[in-house]
Design a protein around this ligand. Sequence first.
Ligand code: GDP
Ligand code: ZN
Length: 458
Amino acid sequence: MEFDTIAAISTAMGEGAIAIVRISGEDAIKVVDKIYKGRKSLGEVESHTIHYGHIIDQNTGQVIDEVMVTVLKAPRTFTRENIVEINCHGGLVSVNRVLQQVLRSGSRLAEPGEFTKRAFLNGRIDLSQAEGVIDLIRAKTDKAMNVAIGQVEGRLSAKIQKLRNALLETVAHVEVNIDYPEYDAEEMTNQLLKEKARYVSSEIDKILGTAEQGKILREGLSTVIIGRPNVGKSSLLNSLVHETKAIVTDIPGTTRDVIEEYVNVRGVPLRLLDTAGIRETEDIVEKIGVERSRQVVKQAELVLLVLNFGEPLSNEDENLFQIVEGMDSIIIVNKTDIPQKIDMAKVEELASGRPIVTTSLVEDQGIDELEDAISKLFFQGNIEGGDLTYVSNSRHIALLHQAKRTIEDAIFALESDVPVDMVQIDITRTWEILGEIIGDTVSESLIDQLFAQFCLGK
Ligand code: GDP
Ligand code: ZN
C-alpha cells in the first residue's frame, strides 16, 4: 500500500524530561535528514541505530534543539514503514518547534491512531491487537494492563484463529462430501461436523466466560456508596482513595469527556460514580423515595452499603437493603470504635449471604478486609490478569455472542439431520463473524471509527 509520510509527538504532553517526535512513511528518513545536522547524513546510517545531532531551522540555519535520532528502516518497524524517532528535550515549546520543522520539510500531522492504523493496514498487527493498543494506553490498573498486553501480543487473536481454522477444516470436509457423493461419507461427515461445531461452541463459551471480568478490568466497576447521613460514606471514599493507588484518568488527547474518579482495589478498578450525586447519596431515600433511589442505584455494578455500628438499625437502613436487592453489594458496618448499638444478627439476616465487613475508618481498621471482599467478589481471589486471556472489548464480546448463536444453529441443524451442505452456511457465517474480531472481514468505516478513538501520536 502507498501512504504519505506522517509525524506526531508520541510522548504524553507536558513537562517530561524527553519527548519523542515520531515520523513514519516512505520519506521519513529524507524528511528528517533535511533538518538534521550530525556527523553523518541519516541517509547513510544503518537501520536500528541512534545518532546524536541537532535539529536546525531549514530556512535560517538556526539550531532548534539538541537531539538523539533513531532510524528504523522498513519493514522491521511498528508500522512496517520507515520510522524516524527524534528524542528531543521535553517541554511543550521545544518539542513543538521540532515538530513544526518536521512538518515543513515534507510530512503531515498524523491523525489520532494513525501509526497503529498503518501497522494494521500494513499487516503488522490485526484489529484486536490494535484495539489492545487503545486499551493499553487507557489501562487503569496493572491487571488491566496485562490484559491489554496479552491482546496486543495477539493471544486473543491466536485463539480466534484456531477456531476459524477448525471451522475451515469442517467446511473443506463438506466440500469433499458434495463433490464426491459416491463416497457416501454423509454419515461420517455429519458426525465429524457435530464434533467440531461442539468444540467451537464450547471454546467460544470459555472465552465469553472471561468477558465479565475482562470488561471490569478494562472499564472499571461502577460503584456507589450508600448509607444514612453520618455513617461514614465520605470517610470511606477518602480511605479508598488514599489507601489505594489513585488512578490517573486525564490522559491528554483521549476522548473521555467526563472525569471520573477511579481507585485500584487489588487490581479491580472501581469507577466511583459521580453523576447527580449518586456516588454519595446522602439522604437519598428521604429525598426521592425508595423507588426512585432504586433506579439511581441500579446504574451501579457494585453497591457499598454503610451502616453505623454505634446506632440501632433504622427503617431507613432496612430500606437500603431493599434497594440493593439482587445487586452485587458489600455491607460495611462502620464505627466499631464506639459502643455497639447495632444488632449484628439482624444485619446478617438482612445481608442474606452478602459479605459483611466491619470497619473503624477513623482508626484505619477494616479497609484491608473490605478490599479482600471486593476482590473476592470479582475474581474469586485467585485469578491474575496475566494468566488468562480475557475478552474485554464490547465489540469482541458482541461478535462472540453472535458467533455462538450461529454455531448453535449449525449444531441444531446437524442434530436434526439437515443435509450437511445446508449446515455449511451457518459454519461459514460463524467463520466470518469470528473474522470480524481480528479485522479480517470488517468494513472500512468501522476501521476508521475504531482508530478515531486513539490519542494523538499513537
Ligand atoms: P457521611 O455523612 O456518611 O458521609 O459520613 P462522614 O464520612 O462525613 O462521617 C460522619 C462523621 O463520622 C465524621 O465526623 C467522621 O469523622 C465520623 N466517622 C467516620 N468514620 C468513623 C469511625 O469509624 N468511627 C468514628 N467514631 N467516627 C467516624
Ligand atoms: Zn458525606
